[in-house]
Design a protein around this ligand. Sequence first.
Ligand code: SF4
Length: 350
Amino acid sequence: MQDISRAIESIRQRLGSRLCIMGHHYENDAIVEHCDVTGDSLELARRIPSIDAEFIVFCGVSFMGESAALLASPSQKVLLPEPAADCQMARMAAAADARRVLEQMRALGLDVLPLAYVNTDVPLKSVVGEFGGSVCTSANARTMMEWAFNAAERVLFIPDMHLGRNTARQLGIPEDEWHILKLGADGIANPSAQPLERKLLLWPGYCPVHAAYTPAHIEAARRTWPGCRVTVHPEASPEVTALCDAAGSTSFLIKDAEARARNGVKETLVVGTEINLVHRLAKRCQDACSIVPLVDGEAAACPDMAMVTPEKLLASLESIEAGTWKAVVLNEADREPAALSLTRMLKICG
Ligand code: SF4
């Protein structure tokens, strides 16, 4: 492993400013130590337009590399060390299905605007852009949902039903104004039997990592560490977030832990999110406070993020030097509407 790490660093030095390695917080330390920029989805997307490097090697799952390719300049190449690393939640919302649902709703005379979580592929973002909607992240879902409700009578939130419900709760939208869509092979299953007139329509998708947390996990944490604070990512279900002390985006969870370390709070902090990030936070803050994961081990790891290994990062960098690199290629027809859905969010949220 030392050899691989040294080889990665040698190529980084040789490529200098021609290369920028970006990494999501959910990658493990063996990847993060080589990254020029780390962040959550929003932070990474915001950084792309200010990066001059000719090659951006994106350590994360495919939708992140696609978003980077959308926001990069035409002369930049975005490489994914493992293009097959995908987000399981993104796979739950296919562009063709979203288009069918939006067309069905319009045909029924229902004014609806799509709001898509950034964890979606480019064809889905393209449909959202075409129908006048926008992308959002867990850090700005509330702002973007407010924006969407100012623009249309109802919102179709794709694909994370939990983030959608948690955000609706923050906005004070009552439960009888939400509906989780039942979908079939032809779009909305039996439309006349579903309350499609409701304010917030939710795609029935979820993140298998965060949706696996249960109220029993929170109760067990409070028994194990009396007086602890429990924080969780809003991709967890509302039944779980309601029992926590706070729920927020990846950047919120990091800031919350760092503030606790700065203030020397002794009670344990229990964090419910991807395990690589929790372990990194625990290590970083170990002299000041105790941080433990809500769920430990493989069950709390994103299997797709784990597909990005130092070996694959090295192979990506070697391909740049050898001139055999393969960059993320986007369907040209999707490029403009998908970019529109992303830039709408970046304009609104700064
Ligand atoms: S942790 Fe969940 S939302 Fe994030 S990439 Fe993995 S499956 Fe997708």
